[in-house]
Structure formats: C-alpha cells, structure tokens
Design a protein around this ligand. Structure first.
Ligand code: OAD
Length: 273
C-alpha cells in the first residue's frame, strides 16, 4: 500500500506499530539527507554521481593515492560533525522508548543516530569515527574533534578535493585509513550476523532512506520479510523493496516518521525536538 503526504495513516498500520514487540530499523543515507548529508545515488546531489567510488572507496584507491582518499573522507567527516540529527533520527530514538525491543541497523558511517539517542547502533559499513591502521589494523584515535578546527580539510564542498596525508600508526608506522567498509571488502562478520539475527526475529522492519541496492546489506530487509516480518518502507522514491513492503510511505523520513508517531503514539511527539 502506498501512503503519501496527503494520505492518512491506515488503521492497520497504527495497530501493527502499537502491537509490535521486536522492531528493526534499517537505515540508509536518506535518513541523514535532511541533516544536509549527501546520499550516494540521488540524481544530481548523490556522492557517486559526483565522485568516483573506484577512485575513492576501494583498498586499491587508498594504495594508489592515500592522501586523496583520506582528504575526501575527512571532508565528509567534517560535514557530519557540523550537522545535527534531524526529526527522523530523533523519532527512531523515540521508538525505542515506545516498543519493547528496537534494533537500529544502519549502512551509514555517520554518528547521527547515536547523537539523537539511539543505543547499540549496528554500523554495517563502519564509521567515520573508528580509523585504524591500513597495515596492522590497530585502532587509531579520532583526530580533530573540533569540526571548525584547523587542518584535516574544510567542511564545505570546496574542501572535497583537498589532499591530506593520513596520519601514521604508532605501532608499525603504516598509514591510517578510514574505519569504513570499502567496495570489495567484507562486512564485519559478527555485526552482520547480529543484524541478520535481529532481522529474522523481528515482527516489523522499517527500511528508511535506503536504496536497497548494495549487497550484502540489502539482504537484511529481505531476510526479515522471508521470516514473516511486516515491512514498512519510508522513501520518497520507489525501490526494489516496494513489492515486499506492506506499507510504502513515499515521503521524506522526517515528515513520515512524525506522521506515524502522531498517529500511533500522539504523546510521544513532545520529545521530537
Ligand atoms: P543511496 O544513496 O543508494 O540511497 C539513498 C536513498 O534514500 C534513496 O533511495 C533515496 O530515494 C532516499 N532518500 C533521499 N532523501 C530521502 C529522505 N529525505 N528521506 C528518506 N529517504 C530519502 O544510499 P544507501 O542506500 O545508504 O556504501 O547506499 C548504500 C551504500 O551504498 C552506502 O552505505 C555506501 C554506498 O556505496 C559504502 O560506502 C560501502
């Protein structure tokens, strides 16, 4: 069923939410779009429409030009540090206070879910905030906690092309790499198993702001649906998950979640600011 801006939230969706016990919230770049963080595949503004994934998001790219890759990730990290969680992040954190068990599984490498109050977020694609050594994998402290501080690239688009030499590992002098999963790399096995387990055991799965085009993460909502969960998708655009979703909210994440909370738990809206 398609629900848009002008539709009321159907009664059976309200009942489904109010009766749900175990919920998975699976998110993609679209959940952070209203915080000003670019998605990957949206026409015009998507990162992969403007930059080459092959030149910036693979181990081979880092070997070829570590300063180019580190500088690009530092630019993105600065954008995130200057951004604030939006209504969607806050509403997702709020769901954990309304439903007995909520697992947030994200493909995003930002920390906006955590800053909105979500706990134990599973980051399938890693995080901007867990750099490690490219050679020996030793974790490295996060640098430049001040987003306005000097060095490490500017937060605006002009800084996107700025080359920055990555720091060196204190143990082996290897180059420090961003703590994200690049194309051609495996997901963390334990995290992926945890995500699949949550998907298999949930009764409702929200897929929010995800194009559901990138494997193996895209298997998460499919696993849930195969095991009998109801899928609620929030995305202004159609995706391959439409046919598996009982409810498709064709709206941006913030307004959609606000509308859902208002319908199912009217008192919960007070905390959405
Ligand atoms: P995409 O850029 O592929 O998809 C973002 C989705 O968000 C699209 O389906 C948009 O229609 C939707 N969207 C845009 N604005 C929205 C809004 N305000 N509210 C709700 N939805 C909105 O991003 P992901 O699906 O996250 O991986 O991409 C998956 C992975 O591909 C990323 O984690 C990244 C990328 O390559 C790695 O870097 C390994």
């Amino acid at each position: 069923m398609i629900i848009d801006d002008s539709s009321d939230i159907p009664k059976d969706l309200i009942t489904l939410l109010q009766c749900s016990r175990r919920v998975v919230v699976f998110t993609g770049a679209g959940v952070s779009a209203e915080s000003g963080i670019p998605t990957f595949r949206d026409p015009l503004t998507g990162l992969w429409k403007n930059f080459s994934a092959e030149m910036l998001a693979t181990p081979a790219a880092f070997r070829r030009d570590p300063a180019e890759v580190w500088g690009w990730y530092e630019w993105r990290r600065k954008l995130v540090m200057r951004a604030q969680p939006n209504t969607a992040h806050l509403a997702i954190a709020q769901l954990a206070r309304l439903i007995p068990e909520v697992s947030v599984i994200t493909q995003n490498v930002d920390d906006l879910h955590e800053r909105a109050g979500s706990e134990a977020v599973v980051h399938l694609h890693g995080s901007f905030f867990s750099p490690r050594c490219f050679a020996c994998s030793r974790p490295h402290p996060v640098l430049s906690p001040d987003p306005d501080g000097d060095g490490d690239g500017d937060g605006d688009v002009a800084g996107a092309g700025k080359r920055i030499e990555p720091p060196r590992c204190s143990r082996c002098n290897g180059r420090i790499r961003p703590g994200v999963v690049w194309f051609g790399e495996r997901l963390d096995r334990a995290l992926f198993s945890q995500a699949k387990k949550a998907a298999r055991e949930c009764d409702v799965l929200f897929s929010i702001g995800a194009s559901v085009e990138v494997q193996p993460a895209a298997i998460i909502p499919i696993e849930a649906e195969r095991r009998g969960a109801q899928i609620v998708q929030i995305n202004p655009s159609a995706t391959a998950l439409d046919i598996r979703s009982r409810f498709n909210l064709r709206m941006p994440a913030g307004p959609a979640l606000e509308k859902l909370l208002r319908a199912a738990w009217p008192d919960s809206l007070r905390n959405l600011s």
